[in-house]
Design a protein around this ligand. Sequence first.
Ligand SMILES: Cc1cc2nc3c(=O)[nH]c(=O)nc-3n(C[C@H](O)[C@H](O)[C@H](O)COP(=O)(O)O)c2cc1C
Ligand SMILES: *[C@@H]1O[C@H](CO)[C@@H](O)[C@H](O)[C@H]1NC(C)=O
Ligand SMILES: *[C@@H]1O[C@H](CO)[C@@H](O)[C@H](O)[C@H]1NC(C)=O
Ligand SMILES: *[C@@H]1O[C@H](CO)[C@@H](O)[C@H](O)[C@H]1NC(C)=O
Ligand SMILES: *[C@@H]1O[C@H](CO)[C@@H](O)[C@H](O)[C@H]1NC(C)=O
Ligand SMILES: *[C@@H]1O[C@H](CO)[C@@H](O)[C@H](O)[C@H]1NC(C)=O
Length: 382
Amino acid sequence: MLSFFVLSLLCPLLQPVLAVTIDMEGLPDTGLDTSSWTTGVLPPLEDIWDLNDMQIAAKNVLSGKFYASYRTAALNEYTYQANLNIYSKVRLNGFGFRDVSNLQTSTTILGHNFSYPFFIAPAAEAGHANKSAEASLASAAGKAGILYVPSISSTLSIEKIAKAGLKDQVMFHQEYIWSNTTQVIDELDRIKAAGFKAIFLTVDNTGINGIRTRSMRYTAGSDTGHAANFDLNSLAAFRNLTDLPIVPKGIKTWQDALTCLHLGFPAIYVSNHGGRVLDGAPTSVEILMDIRKNVPEVFDGMEVYADGGVRRGTDALILLALGARAVGLGRPPMFANIWGEAGVSRLIDLFSQEMKTSMQLMGVSNVNQLNTSYVNTNAIVF
Ligand SMILES: Cc1cc2nc3c(=O)[nH]c(=O)nc-3n(C[C@H](O)[C@H](O)[C@H](O)COP(=O)(O)O)c2cc1C
Ligand SMILES: *[C@@H]1O[C@H](CO)[C@@H](O)[C@H](O)[C@H]1NC(C)=O
Ligand SMILES: *[C@@H]1O[C@H](CO)[C@@H](O)[C@H](O)[C@H]1NC(C)=O
Ligand SMILES: *[C@@H]1O[C@H](CO)[C@@H](O)[C@H](O)[C@H]1NC(C)=O
Ligand SMILES: *[C@@H]1O[C@H](CO)[C@@H](O)[C@H](O)[C@H]1NC(C)=O
Ligand SMILES: *[C@@H]1O[C@H](CO)[C@@H](O)[C@H](O)[C@H]1NC(C)=O
């Protein structure tokens, strides 16, 4: 111990190496060893074996401010933590005596074919991780055949992101409800002209963002420009502004799910925004269970997507079994983007391998077979 101390005094060059111990934030311990990493330096992608590793690598390499901007959540971050922890309460039923020699993972989302039922969710400012910003997300998604839905608060323009995709790649686009209607109209027109095939309309920042202490320590929160007076009449007016299919994002109650069904939306997106808006909001597992209990017709009448805390292939399988047709990843692709496209591609590879392995172990040969018979939710009380 003493010689260690003397050595680091004598040799300042060794200090960054010796100093790398990273608070892993209570993420599952799978033996990631960061002792050879250097603070601020990108670790080799070959050291990375799961999505949590990618978060720790991003924490090592990004400035405190930019890491916080991705990692932050609202108030006590109860919902953020619940998103991560809820999956440990769900048991997966694995059936034997089934032919799982030929696994089918492809599915359709709003009628478009994709190779997997998971997608890259809208997340602002990918440029904080890598200069290529959203371009590497679009390109990695296109090559893997998965859906990417860029945020309207992206680093790159709508048109640049569209161009970064492959020819014929299907992407959707997220939009916010700005109080400036001219801006909404302009953006919807540009999104359509750039070739995006649907709009994820985020309805859960009702005029304001959550109070995100972790990131406010670096940058105080400010006016979002979101409309606080957005009601059902405004929603009807919004639907007149584009002929692209609209998917309300941020549905947190069975009542709102039912409203969207009655209003004839083709899909809803169940989400608590990664715990970044209403702290205390339920997780997608709980919301999907609540919808099934109260208004199961929602699952027959429209597609349902879901997200929040999905870090393992098994997390995605749980949401799919509870009725989601596709599952979003928010933070992980942002973290993976510290290596640019190679990182995002590795994320898709690792995550899809986890999903396929677990499907096979559950006796599921086609993702579209997943239903509630594969999950035991007895430990979830609400
Ligand atoms: C850094 C960051 C930025 C985000 N920006 C947006 C956004 O611009 N629009 C939006 O609808 N959701 C946004 N979200 C929410 C994500 O779409 C998604 O719902 C959430 O991150 C899922 O939880 P997860 O991060 O645990 O996967 C953002 C999330 C993060 C982490
Ligand atoms: C989607 O996949 C189905 C089944 O593989 C195929 O019949 C259909 O033509 C594909 N559609 C598109 C748009 O590629
Ligand atoms: C509203 O948006 C339009 C289009 O983006 C912009 O030109 C205009 O300056 C905005 N108006 C206000 C009051 O911010
Ligand atoms: C939507 O457009 C239709 C046709 O132009 C019009 O009749 C209707 O009043 C509009 N609805 C809203 C809420 O603006
Ligand atoms: C950023 O992304 C680009 C494009 O994918 C990649 O070439 C580059 O290596 C990335 N930067 C770092 C530091 O990895
Ligand atoms: C779930 O799927 C299995 C196998 O595909 C089927 O036998 C079963 O009836 C379904 N169960 C429910 C609850 O839908």
